[in-house]
Ligand binder design. Structure first.
Ligand code: FE2
Ligand code: FE2
Length: 472
């Protein structure tokens, strides 16, 4: 069992004490990180006690450690999943070779890029969510937000460790840049589009953690397959934390749906807005937005980079070892969605499977997203309504359908029809946003919930719902 060494400034299970150069590099980055957290982390509650979990080992039970912590004192650190003895490369041209403990020269810049892009999203989401602590619907939710925030910040640590340990001076420069780019900054924005959008309210947070953190799950899972073993082990551990973020999203949206249904029944109406709830058509528009911008994160349908990363063993597919093909895909062909400009129809075309790996991952992601929607719909059945995932061509900013006038049910329409639809029916309207904004009133009495969301089924770590999860 690998325990985490908490005796040093930076908790770790990578024997930092034995690597002076690395320790000094990380120790010099540490105060800048803390400064970043104080400047761009949660705007309030920094001096309050939050009931947080902290990893004490990387084993299953290493997470069962809950206590009150002031966020700036959270034990951020470097935790890698245990090394798998004799691990071999699971895919690509080098399938079956031993995995790498150091970075091969020819893959140095690609690996650095993959780590930087992943690392950039982690602090970005903390920045996007920093104002939400002022309007939490309950202390339970407030605590969950902070748990997500400290873990995203730890994911930043995870990537910075790799940069410092394996990429020399360039790695250290990249690590500095991760704190200098900021979400939504006009001069130095975050790398990916969805991470520059603000998360203005809790409904957005629930959809963000359901859809956008789930993109994170798929990215991390495919990097976990990497032949570069330290990256694989890092991502493996991060995935345990990521599961909680998606739990916040899945149960958060589920609780809003439940409350909406309760209000619909109590008042015998579909319009629950006057009763302090969120209407199902508003929920659908928020879903449409967050799902479509998250689809963009997977990139274009075909990608030479993705093919090269796969062939080289840098980045695999989701659950690579559960797939029943040769894990090399040479000569394989698959269909990807396409737009036929001549006929104005959505169709498909055959391409090399290797070049279509982004699309393969997007499809796996979509199937995963659908499961949650089906669960939410079990509550909506009672009132004869349902939420649906929009067509993948709807509201896209990347790939074959970029800026195309496609409806949520996948019809190509005129630009005029499309604009009207986007404004009035398909994406959150001004009225939706104003209503949701008005609902965002902080509830800080233990056990109480805001009007628009049902209580969770259970508390955190078997504490009661009226436990004081955040103590001022
Ligand atoms: Fe993360
Ligand atoms: Fe996350």
């Amino acid at each position: 069992m690998t325990t985490v060494d908490y005796d040093t400034l930076i908790p770790n299970n990578v024997d930092l004490a034995g690597d002076r150069r690395l320790r000094r590099a990380l120790e010099s980055w540490h105060p800048r990180f803390i400064e970043w957290w104080k400047d761009l982390g949660p705007v309030a509650f920094q001096e309050d006690d939050v009931y947080l979990r902290t990893a004490i080992s990387v084993e299953q039970d290493g997470w069962a450690n809950f206590d009150y912590v002031k966020m700036p004192d959270y034990r951020w650190g470097i935790f890698l999943a245990n090394q798998v003895p004799g691990r071999t490369i699971g895919f690509g041209d080098r399938r079956g070779d031993p995995v790498w403990q150091e970075v091969p020269g020819e893959h140095r810049s690609d690996l650095r890029r993959l780590i930087v892009v992943q690392g950039d999203t982690e602090p970005a989401s903390v920045e996007q969510q920093r104002h939400l602590c002022l309007t939490a619907p309950s202390l339970y939710d407030l605590r969950n937000l902070f748990q997500v925030n400290v873990e995203e910040a730890r994911h930043l640590w995870a990537m910075v460790y790799l940069l410092h340990r394996y990429f020399g001076r360039e790695g250290r420069e990249e690590a500095d840049e991760l704190l200098l780019r900021n979400s939504g900054d006009p001069d130095k924005p975050r790398i990916l589009g969805a991470f520059n959008e603000p998360t203005p309210d809790w409904l957005s947070l629930f959809f963000f953690t359901y859809f956008t953190d789930r993109d994170g799950k798929y990215q991390l899972a495919s990097l976990k397959e990497s032949a570069f073993d330290p990256l694989s082990r890092t991502c493996s551990f991060m995935l345990k934390e990521e599961a909680h973020h998606m739990f916040v999203g899945a149960t958060g949206v589920g609780r809003v749906v439940q409350r909406t249904v309760e209000l619909m029944k109590a008042h015998d109406t579909e319009d629950v807005a006057p009763h302090g709830g969120v209407n199902v058509d508003t929920l659908q528009r928020y879903l449409n937005f967050h799902y479509s911008v998250s689809l963009d994160l997977f990139g274009a349908e075909t990608s030479t980079n993705a093919a090269n990363y796969f062939a080289a063993g840098l980045k695999g597919r989701f659950a690579e070892d559960q797939r029943e093909d040769d894990h090399q895909l040479k000569g394989d062909v698959r269909a990807v969605p396409a737009l036929d400009e001549a006929t104005g129809t959505i169709t498909s075309r055959d391409v090399a499977s290797l070049s279509a790996l982004n699309e393969t991952m997007r499809e796996d992601y979509t199937a995963d997203c659908r499961k949650g929607v089906e669960r939410w719909n079990r509550a909506l059945v009672d009132v004869g309504l349902a939420l649906t995932l929009p067509h993948p061509a709807f509201h896209r900013g990347v790939g074959a359908f970029r800026d195309q006038p496609v409806t949520p049910d996948g019809r190509l329409v005129t630009r005029a029809e499309h604009e009207q639809g986007q404004r009035e029916a398909w994406l959150p309207t001004e009225a939706d946003k104003a209503h949701v904004h008005a609902l965002m009133q902080a509830v800080d009495e233990p056990g109480r919930m805001a009007s628009w969301v049902a209580p969770p089924a259970t508390g955190v770590h078997s504490k009661p719902l009226d436990f004081e999860y955040v103590r001022r």
